[in-house]
Design a protein around this ligand. Structure first.
Ligand code: ZN
Length: 295
């Protein structure tokens, strides 16, 4: 079966043709400029490739409510050229079933289907980069609910020694993204994460916020696995051991399982060379196809 997939990011849009086994047959990307500039080459890429469905995993916030008039739209994004853009509508002319979800839900289902830890039914994917996004699978299903999880904006307790006690999110002084995204690291320390020394306090602070967010999610969602991706996670050799240490410290022995005792088995780095998002998008398309077959 030939599947089409789009991973829609704020910097670039990745398009791929894949099979249902997780093989990427063809791939291209275009910079995320305006919809008028970016969408036409994407449409062209898919034409004549005999795709049987299309999955779109896109940055949010997006409208996933199929009853809504604006289903398939990007909604209140700060990327103003994409605000209220009908993403799904732009691809209807391909005349195949289209699945639509968040970029991070794409990544979590990509990992659950093809990754090193595949097969989990309760798992969380956290991307830490320009922003912070969290994708959730609960009981085998991607979580949508009222909208979709926006875990990057969960409120956190400020570290007592944080030199920037007010985070950079324009909505919240103390949310996860405002404290721990790539731009917040730059705002706090005056340089990008890649330029910061491995032993700097910056990483202790970063790991404190990531660990706190994971403890909060563990209490509510009880995941079997937490997978970290995104640009900042490329510092994983420095960051993961610190996250494991702070996770145990913050949990303070409250939940005792094999995984909380051995957090290196529970909080792990993405395992698919950054292909989890695009292959997850393909699965989102496949799910839409299967749903249509059932009707
Ligand atoms: Zn926020």
């Amino acid at each position: 079966m030939i599947l089409g997939a789009i991973e829609g990011g704020g910097t670039k849009m990745v398009c791929a043709i894949t099979d249902e086994k997780g093989n990427i047959l063809e791939k291209m990307s275009v910079p995320t400029l305006s919809p008028e500039e970016t969408i036409p080459p994407m449409l062209e890429f898919f034409k004549g490739k005999n795709i049987e469905c299309l999955g779109i995993a896109c940055f949010g916030p997006i409208d996933l409510n199929e009853e809504s008039k604006t289903y398939g739209y990007i909604t209140t994004t700060p990327k103003t050229r994409w605000m209220n853009f009908d993403f799904v509508g732009a691809f209807r002319e391909l005349n195949v079933p289209i699945g639509f979800d968040t970029d991070v839900n794409g990544s979590v289902i990509g990992e659950a289907t093809f990754g090193k830890y595949k097969g989990f039914k309760d798992g969380i994917y956290i991307t830490i980069g320009t922003g912070i996004g969290i994708g959730v699978i609960s009981g085998g299903n991607l979580v949508h609910g009222m909208l979709h999880p926006e875990g990057g904006h969960m409120l956190l307790v400020t570290h007592q020694e944080d030199p920037m006690p007010k985070g950079i999110c324009p909505f919240h002084p103390n949310c996860f993204e405002g404290y721990a995204s790539g731009p917040s690291i730059k705002a706090r320390w005056g340089k990008n994460g890649a330029e910061i020394e491995d032993d700097a306090f910056a990483w202790e602070l970063e790991s404190y916020y990531v660990a706190q967010a994971i403890v909060n999610m563990l209490m509510i969602l009880s995941p079997e696995i937490v997978i970290l991706g995104g640009g900042v996670s490329h510092k994983k050799d420095v960051l993961l051991p610190l996250i494991h240490k702070n996770f145990k410290k913050l949990l303070n022995g409250y939940i005792k399982t094999e995984k909380t005792e051995n957090p290196e088995k529970f909080i792990v780095a993405q395992s698919m060379d950054d292909n989890q998002g695009i292959l997850g998008a393909a699965i989102i398309g496949l799910n839409a196809y299967n749903q249509k077959q059932q009707k």
